[in-house]
Ligand binder design. Structure first.
Ligand code: XMP
Length: 517
């Protein structure tokens, strides 16, 4: 990302660091998260217009607390310390940090000095979110308090001349009423950011750097799942190098209604690539025949998937690149930012056999690795991709196979696919498709007695699952309106074969998971 103003966020292990980055991006300012272990020279080499020091679980008074090169404060680059970042700033520059008599946690009314450029345009008193045990009791020389609460004399401090600011509260969380204003004030008033991070600028740069990386003759292979990340990556690469991109889409037969057709349409007409649709439906069905254990199903499908993809990859000419729809949260989580700890290693590369991996001598092409999910969707919209594809809800790799309890048969697949299509249609018609994060139907393996016309029936119970969540780690069940549920239920029992009863899953995660298997 050359030529855009850049903020560097130094991560001290806070749970909210990603959120700070997202808020900065929402203000149309590009930012990168780096570990606190990153040497100052590397931070400076990124030519940041401002530096944000995140919160973190440690206490600056601990012997093994994370620290930072004090020279960071002498570069003339604006700094904003948040929570631990504030205590670190105070401590490093000669102030005093002490354990508070009581922990300050939750929504706290704070008085702000609105003459400070950090708090310009804000109300003099509003609620901010606090979560700290230690606090600053004496500011370093040259600093003044610019916010206080009942328990804390230094809710924020500033050395305006040196453009060093720090806040004890968390401006990045929505519980801080004017948090976004604080961040935007730092970016615009103090760092001089112009808001030059736009998705159309990103697209131009991404296209250019793909061309540069791949060269005039390079070829790229990408596994297309139909999900938003791989689809947007494919569209960008298509724009850069056209049909020197080969996309392999494995149709395992567990996709939702019309999904394969939509992929075919988009990547043959709108973003022409060399599209290989592997029709592996029979192959997968055979593999899972008679299998009802959830883990066994997942394993079989995962392995088969890698085999199908590898078969296609082997056919590719040499000197090639492998593309992936890696996004920024994957980068942060997989440890390249968090210092040493690898929390999650991800995606296709890991699963590919060595001889296949060895074919990709050019390396990896990851055009959206600096983007958050909402930015990926914006890029998709900007590129003119279909709404369904851009706003697609998460869909598990094993697809509908893990939404059929017990053994999978073509009949059961039809039942779950058709009911899922009805649910999606009705949720969209009700205007709820963006506010509910994931919704689908599950074919339980239970039959119950019903009556249809004058006939007794003995058919399946179908469950509806709809959830709201921020991160899918914890979820709540969506409070779908009764009238909507009534309509969906009526349509499903009337239109979908083999179902005579519909139930609604009203379980949170935990203890349940989102998917049933
Ligand atoms: P669970 O069921 O674990 O699901 O609460 C959390 C989120 O992850 C999705 N999910 C998967 N996604 N491959 C994926 O790409 C998988 O095997 C898989 N299993 C679950 C699930 O749909 C939900 O969004």
């Amino acid at each position: 990302m050359q030529n855009v103003q850049r903020i560097v966020i130094v991560d001290f292990g806070a749970q909210y660091t990603q959120l700070i980055a997202r808020r900065v991006r929402e203000a149309n300012v590009f930012c990168e998260v780096v570990s606190y272990l990153t040497p100052l020279q590397e931070i400076l080499a990124r030519r940041p217009v401002g530096i944000i020091l995140s919160g973190g679980p440690a206490s600056v008074l601990d012997a093994d607390a994370p620290h930072i090169d004090p020279a960071l404060y002498a570069q003339g680059i604006p700094v904003l310390g948040i929570c631990y970042g504030m205590q670190l700033t105070a401590y490093t520059l000669g102030g005093t940090v002490e354990r508070a008599s009581q922990r300050e946690y939750g929504r706290v009314p704070v008085e702000f000095d609105v003459t400070s450029p950090l708090f310009a345009g804000m109300k003099p008193r509003s609620v901010a979110w606090m979560s700290h045990t230690y606090h600053v009791t004496a500011a370093p020389a040259g600093f003044v308090s610019i916010a206080h609460s009942e328990n804390c004399a230094f809710c924020a401090m500033a050395n305006a001349e040196k453009r060093i600011y720090a806040v004890q509260f968390h401006p990045e969380v929505t519980h801080s009423e004017e948090g976004q204003t604080v961040l935007e004030n730092f970016l615009r008033n103090i760092c001089g950011c112009t808001g030059d991070w736009t998705m159309s600028a990103f697209i131009d740069q991404a296209v250019e750097s793909i061309r540069e990386q791949v060269g005039p003759d390079g070829r790229v292979l990408l596994g297309l799942s139909g999900g938003v990340d791989s689809s947007v990556a494919a569209a960008l690469i298509s724009r850069a190098i056209g049909n020197r991109l080969t996309c392999v889409y494995v149709d395992h037969g567990f996709m939702r209604k019309n999904e394969t057709e939509s992929v075919r349409e988009v990547f043959t007409r709108q973003f022409p690539v060399n599209l290989v649709i592997v029709d592996a439906r029979e192959r997968f069905l055979k593999q899972v025949a008679g299998v009802s254990d959830p883990e066994a199903k997942r394993k079989i499908i995962g392995n088969e998937f890698v085999c199908c993809f590898a078969d296609e990859a082997k056919k590719l000419e040499g000197g090639s690149f492998l593309a992936q729809g890696t996004i920024y949260p994957d980068v942060i989580e997989s440890g390249s930012v968090k210092g040493s700890a690898v929390i999650k290693s991800h995606h296709n590369v890991g699963g590919l056999p060595e001889d296949v991996k060895a074919k990709f001598t050019g390396g990896l092409v990851e055009p959206i690795r600096m983007l958050f999910k909402d930015e990926v969707r914006k890029v998709g919209e900007e590129l003119g991709m279909p709404r369904d594809m851009v706003w697609r809800q998460p869909f598990p790799g094993p697809g509908l196979a893990i939404r059929i309890m017990g053994e999978i048969t073509p009949d059961k697949l039809e039942t779950v696919r058709e009911s899922d299509a009805i649910l999606r249609e009705e949720v969209a018609l009700a205007g709820l498709d963006r506010s509910i994060n994931q919704y689908f139907t599950v074919l339980t393996n239970t039959r119950t007695v019903g009556v249809m016309g004058d006939e007794r029936t003995h058919d399946f119970v179908l469950a509806i699952r709809a959830v709201t969540t921020d991160d899918f780690m914890t979820v709540d069940w969506a409070r779908l309106p009764y009238d909507l549920l009534a309509k969906i239920s009526a349509r499903i029992v009337n239109e979908v074969p083999r179902v005579n009863r519909v139930v609604y899953d009203i379980t949170t995660k935990p203890p349940a998971t989102v998917e049933w298997e």
